[in-house]
Design a protein around this ligand. Structure first.
Ligand code: 13P
Length: 338
């Protein structure tokens, strides 16, 4: 498949991306919150239960995996990427090695993982991956993000994207401006504008074919400790405006991260954005917590209750599928959860 076709399939109307690529350290935190031991077998059981659900077939266009998961064999005989493909979604892989302290700027990070990436990509392609993810992280503070952080992260994202396209896979470019802090929505808008601009400068410099990429941005929202919280309409208006002004129109798909918003908030805000989407961008979700929080709770109650875990996941997948078309409503939450 051409890169542009893959990107469009990942973000097809009514579908989105399941970010199940928590590193072993991050899934440890999620499992701790539900009192589940963080061992390989439990990580497989949880993820296999989601990948084998009906919600996968109907609402998920792509799944982002972690290195361990893409190599696992499910208990039904198929490898994890085979199970995902069988259910109609494209397997993808997180290839960065995490956000590490940025030398010279003590409170910021730069994402690492370029060394040896070309060889790792070849292996991931053989294992079935057709797209990849790299996440850059920007913190908002009085003097953050610095231009050092904005430039170094954009440079790394572009070098990553070039290697991925060389390997015939679609790079998800994820510059995440964190919602931690007391800044207002305007600050988030301004910082995201600068971050996106620098990312697309570097992507152009590195001759990335934008038609074969997917952007995974944050929404434009006030900091989680900001006193002035915004309405979904304001969030949607500012988010779409920021994307229209800063994302080149060749980019086929934009799939948001949930970034600490609750399940309902992330569905509601995505829905509002799609209600006013007058662009050609396919705008959808690439949620981790926004898709898995309820399913994870069910897993904590009883790891073997496949039906309840899948029911919770199917519901969130359906709600976000509707939001990707601007067809979600709070009443549907109640009806379909019942
Ligand atoms: P959240 O939706 O939980 O923010 O995770 C998405 C993701 O993949 C972050 O890199």
């Amino acid at each position: 498949m051409e890169l542009n076709e893959i990107a469009k399939k990942m973000c097809a109307k009514g579908k989105g991306i399941l970010a199940a690529d928590e590193s072993t350290g991050t899934i440890a935190k999620r499992f701790k919150s539900i009192n589940v031991e963080n061992i390989e077998a439990n990580r497989l059981t949880f993820r296999q239960t989601l990948f084998n659900s009906s919600g996968m077939k109907d609402y998920i266009g792509g799944v982002i995996l972690f290195d361990e998961t893409i190599r696992q064999k499910t208990t039904i005989g198929l490898s994890v990427p085979e199970l995902i493909s069988k259910n109609g979604a494209i397997p993808g892989i997180k290839v960065d090695k995490g956000a590490k302290p940025l030398a010279g700027s003590s409170e910021e990070t730069v994402t690492e993982g370029l060394d040896g990436l070309r060889d790792r990509l070849k292996e991931y392609y053989k294992l079935g991956a057709r797209f990849t993810k790299w996440r850059a992280v920007y913190k908002i503070g009085d003097s953050f993000p610095s231009s050092q952080s904005i430039k170094s992260n954009a440079h790394a994202l572009a070098r990553y994207a070039a290697l991925v396209q060389e390997s015939k896979m679609v790079p998800i470019v994820e510059p995440e401006v964190l919602m931690d802090g007391s800044h207002d929505i305007k600050k988030c808008y301004d910082v995201t504008t600068n971050v996106l601009n620098e990312c697309y400068n570097e992507l152009n410099l590195h001759k990335i074919d934008l038609k074969g990429t997917v952007l995974k941005p944050n929404m434009i929202i006030p900091g989680s400790d900001c006193k002035d919280q915004s309405s979904p309409e304001e969030i949607a208006g500012k988010t779409l405006d920021c994307l229209k002004k800063n994302v080149p129109s060749e980019v086929p798909g934009i799939a948001f991260l949930s970034g600490g918003q609750s399940e309902i908030e992330s569905s509601r805000n995505l829905n509002e954005i799609n209600k006013i989407n007058d662009t050609n961008f396919l705008i959808t979700f690439s949620y981790g917590r926004g898709l898995q929080a309820s399913a994870l709770k069910e897993f904590g109650k009883n790891q073997n209750n496949v039906e309840n875990i899948q029911k919770a996941f199917n519901h969130r997948a359906k709600m976000n599928g509707l939001s990707s078309k601007g067809k979600w409503s709070i009443n549907l939450e109640k009806d379909s959860a019942a």
